[in-house]
Design a protein around this ligand. Sequence first.
Ligand code: NDP
Length: 256
Amino acid sequence: MTSSRFDLRGKVAIVTGGNGGIGLGMARGLADAGADIAVVGRNESKSAAAVADLRQRGVKAIAVATDVTDKAAVAAMIDRVAKELGRIDVLVNNAGMSIRKPPHELELDEWNKVIDTNLTSAFVCSKLAYPALKASGNGKVINIGSMMSIFGASFATAYAASKGGIVQYTRACANAWAPDNIQVNAILPGWIDTDLTRGARQQVSGLHERVLARTPAGRWGDIDDFAGIAVFLASPASNFVTGTAIPVDGGFSVMA
Ligand code: NDP
């Protein structure tokens, strides 16, 4: 295996939610491998900080303020990235959120918000990026699932539905776009230390300890744990890997 198989110089990657958490961890990995990056998020100050961080790694980086649940905004974002960075080779559908409620308490508007953010946005971004990914000649889509793609939890009603859906959506796209040499894969993070889980850790007593006890690696994941898998799935090294859902979880999903 030569290092060129992991070389992303000359490639352009869009990372939704790339301004923080797991998205930033992946964006940093892609930038370190040479890719130019479009950071997509709503919070402009977080995005500006992420862009500064990525530029320090020697690549071009732009922030495109976008709500991924707004189809017109996503279309404008895709156009802008193609114009400003010249092409689109990699799309990382990472933006996500959760509303922690059991099924009998979750309201329809809350259900819709989670599904729109975590699942429908991946469909819209991928559909609109498809022509550019096809034109790339070796397009890559990386969707972010969860342990809730595999397991259920009483508090994760819409979240689990969205993350189960993203795995099946990944498999459909992998089939559809294989003739275009576009590979589509999902990453299933375990429990990772980010803003998303910091909130949960404050709300749910004992969560921190339960995660440590349930994770064979004996620690929470770090955003840096996502750099390598992102580079692999974005690079020619994974050209025969498609439709998979790869846990990055310290062994959480194989713990008996
Ligand atoms: P963060 O809250 O740190 O990051 C979520 C990102 O999504 C933010 O950068 C946010 O940007 C962006 N985002 C949310 N809603 C929208 C929207 N409507 N439009 C545009 N951007 C949006 O959480 P994580 O890094 O933990 O989560 C990243 C992904 O990983 C999510 O899909 C999550 O479900 C998944 N995941 C996380 C796990 C964990 O343990 N942390 C475990 C399993 C999966 P902004 O604030 O600018 O809108």
